[in-house]
Design a protein around this ligand. Structure first.
Ligand SMILES: [Mg+2]
Length: 258
Protein backbone atom coordinates (compact mmCIF):
# COMPACT_ATOMS: atom_id res chain seq x y z
CA UNK A 1 0.00 0.00 0.00
CA UNK A 2 2.72 2.46 1.08
CA UNK A 3 4.89 1.31 -1.81
CA UNK A 4 2.06 2.01 -4.30
CA UNK A 5 1.51 5.48 -2.79
CA UNK A 6 5.22 6.33 -3.05
CA UNK A 7 5.18 5.16 -6.67
CA UNK A 8 2.12 7.29 -7.44
CA UNK A 9 3.62 10.39 -5.75
CA UNK A 10 6.81 9.90 -7.74
CA UNK A 11 4.77 9.68 -10.98
CA UNK A 12 2.90 12.89 -10.17
CA UNK A 13 6.17 14.69 -9.35
CA UNK A 14 7.80 13.57 -12.60
CA UNK A 15 4.73 14.57 -14.63
CA UNK A 16 4.60 18.00 -12.94
CA UNK A 17 8.29 18.53 -13.58
CA UNK A 18 7.91 17.59 -17.27
CA UNK A 19 4.86 19.87 -17.63
CA UNK A 20 6.74 22.80 -16.04
CA UNK A 21 9.82 22.11 -18.15
CA UNK A 22 7.73 22.04 -21.33
CA UNK A 23 5.88 25.24 -20.43
CA UNK A 24 9.18 27.01 -19.85
CA UNK A 25 10.37 25.85 -23.26
CA UNK A 26 7.16 26.69 -25.10
CA UNK A 27 6.23 23.07 -25.85
CA UNK A 28 3.71 20.53 -24.62
CA UNK A 29 4.11 17.41 -22.54
CA UNK A 30 3.36 15.31 -25.62
CA UNK A 31 6.22 17.03 -27.49
CA UNK A 32 8.57 16.18 -24.66
CA UNK A 33 7.59 12.53 -24.68
CA UNK A 34 8.07 12.39 -28.45
CA UNK A 35 11.71 13.45 -28.07
CA UNK A 36 12.52 10.70 -25.55
CA UNK A 37 14.77 7.92 -26.85
CA UNK A 38 12.70 5.01 -28.20
CA UNK A 39 12.18 1.94 -26.10
CA UNK A 40 14.11 -0.56 -28.19
CA UNK A 41 11.95 -3.47 -27.10
CA UNK A 42 8.56 -2.55 -28.47
CA UNK A 43 7.39 1.03 -28.55
CA UNK A 44 9.80 2.15 -31.28
CA UNK A 45 8.92 -0.90 -33.38
CA UNK A 46 5.21 -0.26 -32.95
CA UNK A 47 5.76 3.33 -34.17
CA UNK A 48 7.83 2.00 -37.05
CA UNK A 49 5.18 -0.53 -38.08
CA UNK A 50 2.41 2.05 -37.84
CA UNK A 51 4.42 4.43 -40.05
CA UNK A 52 4.86 1.62 -42.58
CA UNK A 53 1.17 0.74 -42.63
CA UNK A 54 0.09 4.37 -42.88
CA UNK A 55 2.51 4.88 -45.79
CA UNK A 56 4.43 7.54 -43.91
CA UNK A 57 7.59 5.52 -44.26
CA UNK A 58 8.46 4.74 -47.88
CA UNK A 59 11.23 3.15 -49.86
CA UNK A 60 12.57 1.22 -46.88
CA UNK A 61 14.70 -1.80 -47.69
CA UNK A 62 14.85 -3.81 -44.49
CA UNK A 63 13.10 -4.09 -41.16
CA UNK A 64 15.27 -2.47 -38.44
CA UNK A 65 17.27 -5.28 -36.83
CA UNK A 66 16.13 -4.24 -33.37
CA UNK A 67 12.55 -4.99 -34.46
CA UNK A 68 13.15 -8.61 -35.49
CA UNK A 69 11.54 -10.02 -32.34
CA UNK A 70 8.69 -7.53 -32.49
CA UNK A 71 7.84 -8.27 -36.13
CA UNK A 72 8.12 -12.01 -35.57
CA UNK A 73 5.70 -11.80 -32.65
CA UNK A 74 3.35 -9.61 -34.71
CA UNK A 75 3.39 -11.97 -37.70
CA UNK A 76 3.05 -15.31 -35.94
CA UNK A 77 1.78 -14.43 -32.47
CA UNK A 78 -1.80 -13.78 -33.55
CA UNK A 79 -2.08 -10.01 -34.02
CA UNK A 80 -1.45 -10.11 -37.78
CA UNK A 81 -4.27 -12.60 -38.24
CA UNK A 82 -6.58 -10.62 -35.96
CA UNK A 83 -5.86 -7.50 -38.03
CA UNK A 84 -6.68 -9.41 -41.21
CA UNK A 85 -9.93 -10.69 -39.75
CA UNK A 86 -11.06 -7.17 -38.91
CA UNK A 87 -10.25 -5.92 -42.42
CA UNK A 88 -12.04 -8.92 -43.94
CA UNK A 89 -15.15 -8.03 -41.93
CA UNK A 90 -14.95 -4.45 -43.21
CA UNK A 91 -14.63 -5.66 -46.80
CA UNK A 92 -17.69 -7.84 -46.44
CA UNK A 93 -19.81 -5.19 -44.79
CA UNK A 94 -18.95 -2.81 -47.66
CA UNK A 95 -19.59 -5.51 -50.29
CA UNK A 96 -22.96 -6.35 -48.71
CA UNK A 97 -24.22 -2.89 -49.66
CA UNK A 98 -23.50 -3.44 -53.36
CA UNK A 99 -25.98 -5.14 -55.62
CA UNK A 100 -24.11 -6.65 -58.58
CA UNK A 101 -25.73 -5.84 -61.91
CA UNK A 102 -25.59 -9.45 -63.05
CA UNK A 103 -23.86 -8.64 -66.32
CA UNK A 104 -20.58 -10.24 -65.20
CA UNK A 105 -18.75 -6.91 -65.00
CA UNK A 106 -18.80 -6.23 -61.25
CA UNK A 107 -15.19 -6.81 -60.37
CA UNK A 108 -12.92 -7.00 -57.35
CA UNK A 109 -9.15 -6.78 -57.70
CA UNK A 110 -6.89 -8.85 -55.48
CA UNK A 111 -3.13 -8.89 -55.30
CA UNK A 112 -1.56 -12.36 -54.86
CA UNK A 113 1.55 -12.37 -52.61
CA UNK A 114 0.69 -11.76 -48.97
CA UNK A 115 -2.82 -10.90 -50.02
CA UNK A 116 -4.25 -14.26 -51.14
CA UNK A 117 -1.32 -16.49 -50.28
CA UNK A 118 1.28 -16.00 -47.58
CA UNK A 119 5.05 -15.86 -47.73
CA UNK A 120 5.52 -15.97 -43.96
CA UNK A 121 7.37 -19.29 -44.20
CA UNK A 122 9.84 -17.79 -46.67
CA UNK A 123 10.31 -14.62 -44.65
CA UNK A 124 10.87 -16.60 -41.47
CA UNK A 125 14.19 -17.65 -43.02
CA UNK A 126 14.84 -14.04 -44.04
CA UNK A 127 14.47 -12.81 -40.45
CA UNK A 128 11.02 -11.40 -41.21
CA UNK A 129 12.46 -8.79 -43.55
CA UNK A 130 15.56 -7.85 -41.54
CA UNK A 131 17.56 -9.44 -44.39
CA UNK A 132 17.58 -7.57 -47.72
CA UNK A 133 15.32 -8.66 -50.58
CA UNK A 134 16.79 -11.64 -52.41
CA UNK A 135 15.11 -12.01 -55.82
CA UNK A 136 16.82 -15.31 -56.68
CA UNK A 137 15.81 -16.96 -53.40
CA UNK A 138 12.28 -15.59 -53.66
CA UNK A 139 11.86 -16.96 -57.17
CA UNK A 140 13.10 -20.37 -55.99
CA UNK A 141 10.58 -20.28 -53.13
CA UNK A 142 7.69 -19.15 -55.35
CA UNK A 143 8.30 -21.88 -57.92
CA UNK A 144 7.91 -24.47 -55.15
CA UNK A 145 4.27 -23.39 -54.88
CA UNK A 146 4.35 -23.73 -51.10
CA UNK A 147 2.60 -20.52 -50.06
CA UNK A 148 -0.35 -21.01 -47.72
CA UNK A 149 -3.77 -19.38 -48.05
CA UNK A 150 -4.50 -16.38 -45.86
CA UNK A 151 -7.73 -17.63 -44.26
CA UNK A 152 -9.54 -14.29 -43.82
CA UNK A 153 -8.86 -13.35 -47.43
CA UNK A 154 -10.02 -16.74 -48.71
CA UNK A 155 -13.24 -16.25 -46.74
CA UNK A 156 -13.79 -12.84 -48.40
CA UNK A 157 -12.82 -14.21 -51.81
CA UNK A 158 -15.40 -17.02 -51.63
CA UNK A 159 -18.15 -14.75 -50.31
CA UNK A 160 -17.58 -12.22 -53.11
CA UNK A 161 -17.79 -14.92 -55.78
CA UNK A 162 -20.93 -16.27 -54.12
CA UNK A 163 -22.44 -12.77 -54.24
CA UNK A 164 -21.86 -12.51 -57.99
CA UNK A 165 -18.62 -10.53 -58.19
CA UNK A 166 -15.81 -11.41 -60.58
CA UNK A 167 -12.40 -11.72 -59.03
CA UNK A 168 -9.41 -10.49 -60.98
CA UNK A 169 -5.99 -11.31 -59.57
CA UNK A 170 -3.16 -8.96 -60.53
CA UNK A 171 0.37 -9.89 -59.52
CA UNK A 172 3.83 -8.57 -60.23
CA UNK A 173 5.07 -12.16 -60.48
CA UNK A 174 6.71 -12.91 -63.83
CA UNK A 175 4.37 -14.94 -66.01
CA UNK A 176 7.02 -16.80 -67.94
CA UNK A 177 9.02 -18.13 -65.00
CA UNK A 178 6.42 -18.26 -62.23
CA UNK A 179 3.15 -18.75 -64.13
CA UNK A 180 2.53 -22.50 -63.71
CA UNK A 181 3.67 -22.58 -60.05
CA UNK A 182 1.46 -19.60 -59.19
CA UNK A 183 -1.60 -21.18 -60.80
CA UNK A 184 -0.96 -24.48 -58.97
CA UNK A 185 -0.35 -22.75 -55.66
CA UNK A 186 -3.54 -20.70 -55.87
CA UNK A 187 -5.61 -23.73 -56.85
CA UNK A 188 -4.11 -25.91 -54.12
CA UNK A 189 -4.93 -23.30 -51.52
CA UNK A 190 -8.55 -22.88 -52.60
CA UNK A 191 -8.33 -19.78 -54.77
CA UNK A 192 -10.37 -21.16 -57.63
CA UNK A 193 -13.06 -19.76 -59.93
CA UNK A 194 -11.37 -16.44 -60.44
CA UNK A 195 -12.21 -14.52 -63.60
CA UNK A 196 -8.61 -13.81 -64.51
CA UNK A 197 -5.09 -14.12 -63.18
CA UNK A 198 -2.96 -11.36 -64.69
CA UNK A 199 0.79 -11.74 -64.30
CA UNK A 200 3.62 -9.50 -65.41
CA UNK A 201 4.63 -10.11 -69.02
CA UNK A 202 7.74 -8.92 -70.86
CA UNK A 203 5.86 -5.77 -71.91
CA UNK A 204 5.78 -4.58 -68.29
CA UNK A 205 9.22 -5.71 -67.23
CA UNK A 206 11.06 -3.14 -65.13
CA UNK A 207 7.97 -1.00 -64.57
CA UNK A 208 7.00 -0.01 -61.05
CA UNK A 209 4.07 -1.85 -59.54
CA UNK A 210 2.04 1.37 -59.47
CA UNK A 211 2.49 1.90 -63.22
CA UNK A 212 2.04 -1.74 -64.22
CA UNK A 213 -1.05 -2.34 -62.07
CA UNK A 214 -2.62 1.00 -63.09
CA UNK A 215 -2.21 0.08 -66.75
CA UNK A 216 -3.84 -3.32 -66.21
CA UNK A 217 -6.76 -1.78 -64.27
CA UNK A 218 -7.19 0.81 -67.02
CA UNK A 219 -7.52 -1.99 -69.59
CA UNK A 220 -10.10 -3.74 -67.39
CA UNK A 221 -12.18 -0.56 -67.02
CA UNK A 222 -11.99 -0.04 -70.78
CA UNK A 223 -13.31 -3.58 -71.19
CA UNK A 224 -16.32 -2.47 -69.15
CA UNK A 225 -15.49 -3.83 -65.69
CA UNK A 226 -16.67 -1.83 -62.68
CA UNK A 227 -13.99 -2.14 -60.00
CA UNK A 228 -15.82 -2.12 -56.68
CA UNK A 229 -12.87 -2.97 -54.48
CA UNK A 230 -9.13 -3.39 -54.60
CA UNK A 231 -7.26 -5.42 -51.98
CA UNK A 232 -3.49 -5.54 -51.50
CA UNK A 233 -0.73 -5.70 -48.91
CA UNK A 234 1.37 -2.97 -50.59
CA UNK A 235 0.49 0.67 -51.09
CA UNK A 236 1.72 0.24 -54.67
CA UNK A 237 -1.25 -2.13 -55.21
CA UNK A 238 -3.58 0.68 -54.22
CA UNK A 239 -2.05 3.77 -55.78
CA UNK A 240 -2.06 5.17 -59.30
CA UNK A 241 -5.13 5.17 -61.52
CA UNK A 242 -8.38 3.25 -61.85
CA UNK A 243 -8.13 2.20 -58.22
CA UNK A 244 -11.74 1.16 -57.86
CA UNK A 245 -14.44 2.43 -55.52
CA UNK A 246 -12.65 1.39 -52.34
CA UNK A 247 -9.19 0.13 -51.49
CA UNK A 248 -8.27 -2.13 -48.59
CA UNK A 249 -4.71 -2.22 -47.30
CA UNK A 250 -3.68 -5.48 -45.66
CA UNK A 251 -0.83 -5.40 -43.15
CA UNK A 252 2.69 -6.28 -44.24
CA UNK A 253 5.61 -5.02 -42.17
CA UNK A 254 8.14 -7.40 -43.79
CA UNK A 255 8.92 -5.72 -47.12
CA UNK A 256 8.19 -2.71 -49.30
CA UNK A 257 7.42 -2.94 -53.03
CA UNK A 258 7.75 0.42 -54.84
MG1 LIG B 1 1.49 -8.47 -52.39
Amino acid sequence: MIKAMVHRIREVLIFSFVALFCKANGGTTADWWATRPPDPSASYCLSWRLAVEANNLRGWRTVPTQCLGYIETYMIGGQYFRDLRLIADQILSYANEIVPAGDGLDAWIFDVDDTCISNILYYRDKRYGCDPYDPVAFKAWATKAGCTAIPSVLRVYNKLIESGFKIILITGRDEETMGPATIDNLNDQGFVDYERLIMRTAAYKGQSAVKYKSEIRKQLVEEGYRIWGNVGDQWSDLQGEYLGNRTFKLPNPMYFVP
